[in-house]
Design a protein around this ligand. Structure first.
Ligand code: ATP
Ligand code: MG
Length: 370
């Protein structure tokens, strides 16, 4: 089969044809951001936040009057200094002229490092900050953004925003908010996957970002939308994908967009799509994660293992009933509670209406191994 034309992708953010639907979400976010309303976009891991942001940003850039956009990835940033570097890199998205950038940055940063990559032929400018320069650098950067937004509206996304809660300086959130509050021509989009951390940052009365953004949980994509989208991508290359197969895949993947893409990516290479083929693809996907799951499983305590099994077997229902506890050899409900707390901390388990194992493949692996 012509796998080089495979239209499905599960390792990178997706836009354009590989991006399924989310029409309502795009409309909502565009409306908020065009009005410079701040938004908090959140979901569990790999549900499509960054892809959605990129899709919305593409529309903003094409809107008239044009709105400039800047996506700052805060993943892995550990300190205020990292934050400043990340924002500084982001500014390259709105100011491509290195000479102007150096001049602007030079007005509020004492030292700047400059590098040129001959392979990509790109210039990079880094702030070079001592501890005493961090506050003035942040002030300078944020004022620079405000200055841009006076000429042209701006939307700034801080992806994985919860990272800032881990920086050493408690006052950082306050400092940042004091700028953001005054930026009336900038719409800020905060997004992240550590939902409990984000909720605290935006909903706890004492926190700097209390009620600073419209909350927007990212919902799942409906089955008919996945079906129409997948059938189209197959049809574009002259192939017929039956509706029932996509429905089956969506159900097996519990609407998780990354796993649906991965599933379809592998199905693409198959000549036919009967149930045995679909089963085979599922097993193959789970097998590839075996080592990773073993590494996650082995260091868990006995009670954590039992609690995890229990959640998998009971799909999160009736966990504390005597019969459920017995099923996995636990005696007391308090053992489950304590074990689940640890699993929640590590985000192996998440809670919404009930407890779930965040990674549906881990759940399938646990069930198939029992
Ligand atoms: N609208 C969509 N249509 C089809 N596939 C999607 C869509 N959104 C996301 N995906 C799939 O999910 C994967 C993860 O998407 P993305 O990186 O945007 O999610 P995320 O929520 O930002 O993840 P993370 O929590 O790691 O930051 C993509 O590689 C793609 O396979
Ligand atoms: Mg992301």
């Amino acid at each position: 089969m012509a796998s080089s034309l495979n239209p499905f992708s599960y390792t990178q953010t997706v836009t354009g044809k590989a991006f399924c639907n989310r029409q309502q979400e795009q409309r909502d976010l565009l409306r908020y951001l065009k009005a410079s309303q701040n938004v908090l976009l959140y979901s569990h891991r790999r549900h499509g936040k960054t892809s959605l942001i990129q899709q919305v940003f593409a529309s903003l850039k094409n809107s008239r009057p044009r709105i400039d956009t800047m996506l700052v990835n805060l993943y892995g940033t550990l300190s205020e200094r990292d934050f400043i570097e990340a924002v500084f890199k982001g500014i390259g998205q709105i100011e491509s002229r290195t000479d102007r950038l150096i001049k602007l940055a030079g007005s509020f940063m004492k030292s700047i490092r400059y590098s040129y990559d001959p392979v990509t032929q790109s210039h990079t400018v880094f702030p070079d900050l001592g501890a005493a320069q961090i506050k003035p650098a942040l002030d300078g950067l944020m004022k620079m953004l405000a200055g841009y937004s006076e000429k042209r509206r701006l939307v700034v996304a801080f992806d994985e925003f919860q990272e800032i809660a881990g920086y050493s300086q408690n006052s950082f959130e306050k400092q940042l908010r004091s700028h953001i509050q005054t930026h009336t021509n900038i719409g800020y989009l905060f997004s992240g996957s550590q939902t409990h951390l984000l909720q605290h940052m935006f909903n706890d009365y004492g926190r700097a970002f209390y009620h600073q953004a419209q909350s927007y949980p990212l919902d799942t994509i409906a089955t008919p939308d996945f079906v129409a989208w997948a059938i189209d991508l197959f049809a574009e290359q002259g192939r017929t994908m039956p509706e029932a197969v996509v429905e089956d895949v969506v159900q097996r993947c519990e609407h998780h967009p990354m796993y649906i893409q991965q599933f379809l990516y592998h199905l693409w290479d198959e000549p036919g799509f009967d149930e045995a083929v679909v089963d085979g693809v599922e097993q193959q996907i789970i097998r590839r994660r075996h080592l990773e799951f073993i590494n996650l499983w082995e260091p868990l305590t006995q009670n954590q293992k039992k609690a995890l099994r229990l959640i998998a077997l009971k799909q999160g229902h009736d966990l504390f009933a005597a019969a459920s506890l017995q099923m996995v050899g636990l005696n007391r409900a308090s053992q489950v509670t304590r074990a689940i707390e640890k699993l929640l901390d590590r985000e192996i388990v998440v809670k919404n209406d009930r407890y779930h194992i965040q990674d549906i493949l881990l759940k399938k692996w646990l069930i198939s191994g029992l």
